[in-house]
Design a protein around this ligand. Sequence first.
Ligand code: FEO
Length: 171
Amino acid sequence: MLSKTIEEALNKQVRVEASSSQVYLAMASWAETLGFEGVATFMYAHSDEEREHMLKLIKFINERGGHAKVSQLDAPPAEFGSFKEMFESLFQHEVKVSKSINDLVDITLQEKDYATHNFLQWYVSEQIEEEALARNILDKIKLIGDDKGGLYLFDNDVKSLIGAQSGPELN
Ligand code: FEO
């Protein structure tokens, strides 16, 4: 059975994952309107993945006798400046998500909830991979700068990273 403190903390994380999915969906749509099909495909897949992270939390909360809540989200921006800015913002977003997961892990230790602590280890590993992937993409895009040919090739290549971001298996 979850304590109220853990239930609330997990529900807060449900909102973080939902909001990540929403922001990445907006990025996908923006890239698609610019004709960058590869970036759009990558971001649609990333958005789906965040939804999976959210669902995994929802199921866990409910299985342990809590009640997972779906909350209202703020609208993400519709445009992101350049792809460099967009991936910079994605990277910063993932750093924030990692912090939020770490805070959550900390609460489970304070509350001595070792089952939830164990469950959250999946997210800890996932965040290491997500941050590494975001940093890797950001490094590439920084090298390309505003070079149109480079961006065209990048758009083609980024699709191959979709499998790389799947992270540990979901049960
Ligand atoms: Fe579910 Fe990208 O954090």
